[in-house]
Design a protein around this ligand. Structure first.
Ligand SMILES: Cc1cc2nc3c(=O)[nH]c(=O)nc-3n(C[C@H](O)[C@H](O)[C@H](O)COP(=O)(O)OP(=O)(O)OC[C@H]3O[C@@H](n4cnc5c(N)ncnc54)[C@H](O)[C@@H]3O)c2cc1C
Length: 453
């Protein structure tokens, strides 16, 4: 791929092999740099592999094909099952000392969980959407975890992640009811038409009419407006889902701001208490303003689908709502500063340390956006590398050998890209034998067992 490119002698460590890290790595090798790509999961892909709904086979396979091509580049040295962080086997500082890279690019996504800080969020039966998403997409160890899913599931949030969770609850779990709970009104719903089709046939239209009527005055809509909103929300109800029929009823509760999870005597959720809200103009948009009155929405399972946050245990300094980035605008390359990690204690940019993708801006957009962000960020990294001398005369092989040894000493069993290719070949064979669209191993143990033979 990049064999005709003059090699720069720089080695860059990229942490995280999701879309941002993989597309970013390609831009690094195209500029002549050697890349060590470290990934927590055995398999590459991040949320493109373990987030996108599992039956979007064609979309996922299309993305995988691109990733395969990039990862086959001999200048990208992939090591999976390597978790970097303060609580992991290898910290960022240790990694820096062992490999001595010219730059480190953090593309670890947004692995933190975002709750609302209301009472009883830690009860069994209260979950963060990402954990469930990883579970049904068979990412170890989430694939093996037990999630207690009841019959009435309240999902807090009204974007595409809510729809994905509802999709699973409607078509796989076939629960009795899914209730999407939103602080604001129906016009602020953030899911897309394309996604809602998967559960549109399950929308309880009588309940929706009643709900829209309930909130009509508080969203300032007249009857005619309400009809338009209702039509938009029920546009696809007669389109059969490709997943088949399900008895689940999908409901909405608008202008409802969660304040507490109520539980029964056994400590299981029984209702989500919400404060009724009204919409108040805020710039070009509206925000929800609490009215001081409360309603209990009966539910035995609660799922938070309110976005993600970065994982601060990775070891980068914290900033406002994420990792700290350079607050000083770059006059020559506006926006470049937002990829440079900043140390608030010293008041300086951390030399050679960058963030891209969802690690820079949590929950920001689709794969295409993560790719664009990865590539933009790496353009900043490449400019930086033009200004610095190579760290040492050591070859990438020597540095990699030192890293492999350090991982072994710490008991980490890292997998190479050749291992991943081997696993994928076995999985493909199993899928063909079973005549199913796609098969993958759902535990690390199974994957390692196959790699040993
Ligand atoms: C439920 C859901 C559904 C989605 N559906 C779609 C869809 O249908 N279409 C679409 O285009 N987009 C979809 N997206 C969005 C898309 O998946 C993201 O935009 C994209 O994956 C973000 O890329 P990223 O590389 O920044 O992070 P991620 O994809 O999260 O990748 C991060 C990588 O870093 C690794 N990592 C994490 N922490 C560490 C660490 N400490 N050390 C080493 N490695 C680490 C992880 O193993 C992972 O491989 C969906 C997202 C979600 C949450």
């Amino acid at each position: 791929m990049s064999d005709t490119v003059t090699r720069s002698g720089h080695l860059v460590v990229v942490i995280g092999a999701g879309p941002a890290g993989i597309y970013g790595s390609r831009k690094l090798t195209e500029a002549g740099h050697e890349v060590v790509l470290l990934n927590r999961d055995i398999k590459p892909g991040g949320l493109a592999e373990y987030g996108i709904y599992f039956n979007k086979y064609r979309m996922k396979e299309g993305i995988r094909a691109q990733f395969r091509k990039i990862l086959a580049d001999p200048h990208i040295h992939y090591l999976g099952h390597v978790h970097i962080g303060q609580a992991a086997e290898l910290s960022l500082e240790e990694l820096r000392a062992i490999v001595q890279p010219s730059a480190i690019v953090v593309a670890a996504g947004a692995q933190g969980t975002k709750f609302l800080g209301i009472p009883n969020e830690q009860l069994p039966g209260v979950y963060h959407a990402k954990d469930l998403v990883y579970h049904y997409n068979e990412l170890p160890p989430f694939s093996q975890q037990h999630f207690r899913i009841g019959q009435r599931v309240a999902i807090i949030g009204i974007g595409n992640v809510m729809v994905d969770i509802a999709h699973w609850l409607v078509h796989e779990k076939k629960v009795a009811e899914v209730i999407a709970v939103a602080r604001r009104g129906p016009c602020q719903r953030a899911y897309t038409d394309q996604e809602i089709k998967s559960i549109a046939a399950n929308i309880d239209t009588d309940d929706l009419h009643a709900e829209l009527e309930r909130v009509r005055l508080r969203i300032g809509a007249d009857g005619e407006n309400m009809e338009v909103i209702c039509q938009a929300m029920t546009k696809y109800i007669h389109e059969a889902s490709k997943d088949g029929a399900s008895p689940t009823k999908v409901k909405f509760r608008f202008l409802s701001s969660p304040v507490e999870i109520l539980h029964d005597a056994d400590g299981h959720p029984r209702a989500l208490r919400v404060e009724d809200t009204e919409l108040v103009p805020k710039g070009d948009d509206f925000s929800a303003h609490g009215l001081g009155t409360f309603t209990d929405i009966e539910a035995d399972t609660i799922v938070f689908a309110v976005g993600d946050s970065v994982d601060f245990s990775l070891g980068l300094p914290c900033g406002k709502g994420g990792f700290a980035t350079n607050p000083n605008p770059d006059a020559d390359h506006p926006g470049a500063e937002s990829y440079q990690v900043f140390d608030p204690e010293s008041g300086q940019v951390m030399p050679g340390t960058f963030v891209i993708g969802w690690s820079r801006q949590a929950s920001d957009g689709l794969v295409g956006k993560a790719r664009q962000d990865g590539e933009r960020g790496v353009a900043v990294v490449n400019r930086y590398l033009e200004t610095v001398a190579k760290d040492s005369e050591e070859t990438a092989e020597t540095k990699l050998a030192r890293l492999s040894e350090a991982l072994q000493t710490r008991g980490v069993r890292a997998v190479t890209y050749a291992d991943v290719q081997q696993l994928e070949a076995i999985e493909k064979q199993i899928a063909e034998q079973r005549r199913i669209e796609y098969f993958r191993f759902a535990t690390n143990e199974e994957m390692f067992a196959r790699l040993s033979v």
